[in-house]
Design a protein around this ligand. Structure first.
Ligand SMILES: Cc1cc2nc3c(=O)[nH]c(=O)nc-3n(C[C@H](O)[C@H](O)[C@H](O)COP(=O)(O)O)c2cc1C
Length: 195
């Protein structure tokens, strides 16, 4: 079945309403999706981007693909940030656990990721290197911790060669660092009240 036939009017309206909350409504375009199936590909560390990916997948009844680096990043947030910065600065493209089997079958790819170090995470560059998106519609969805999308859109423009890149859905979401700082403050209070 072609992607265009898979969207009910209700699905499309629901998705349009959802996306318009972020100020990037594209209802007319979603009513006429590109030929081919729709893929939701995303990267996440702490789950914010996964929530959006899951919502898109259920609403559009699209296929879902989690982008996973072959060597997982450290659980420790500070170590993860340090590694991501090194990889950003060196241009390293980490190998992924797996590729999308049949990328040719998709006409539209929703690509979701968090901002790492004011740009697209290294595994996103790996994903774009490993998959030919020429001729496809690319709809980015991006979460960040309060500092905006940085250089990520320029990365997409350079690396998603030949794709038709639509306006990104951008959302500020919880930053793990903020949670860590709150927890550290709390533990500090416990320590000082016990001494
Ligand atoms: C390695 C790393 C670097 C980050 N760098 C930035 C940044 O430069 N700017 C920003 O606004 N948020 C930054 N963040 C916060 C995330 O972009 C934000 O919390 C995002 O919503 C996390 O998405 P996720 O839960 O899908 O992993 C960073 C987070 C990590 C783990």
């Amino acid at each position: 079945m072609q992607g265009a036939e898979r969207y009910s009017r209700r699905d499309v309206l629901a998705t349009s309403a959802m996306l318009s909350l972020g100020g990037t409504a594209c209802a007319e375009e979603l009513k006429q999706p590109s030929a081919g199936k729709t893929l939701i590909a995303y990267l996440t560390r702490s789950g914010n981007t996964r929530v959006i990916a899951g919502t898109l997948q259920r609403t559009l009844r699209a296929d879902l693909f989690e982008i996973r680096p072959a060597r997982p990043y450290p659980d420790d947030y500070e170590q993860h940030v340090a590694q991501a910065m090194r990889e950003r600065d060196s241009g390293f493209e980490p190998p992924l656990t797996t590729k999308v089997d049949n990328i040719g079958a998709y006409g539209t790819v929703f690509l979701g990721f968090p901002i790492w170090g004011e740009t697209a995470p290294p595994p996103i560059r790996s994903f774009l290197k490993a998959h030919d998106l020429a001729g496809k519609t690319l709809r980015p969805f991006i979460t960040h911790g309060g500092y905006g999308v940085g250089a990520s859109l320029a990365v997409l423009a350079t690396q998603a060669t030949g794709a038709k890149i639509e306006d990104a859905f951008v959302m500020e979401a919880d930053q793990e660092r903020r949670t860590l700082n709150h927890v550290r403050d709390w533990l500090g209070q416990i320590n000082s009240s016990q001494s």
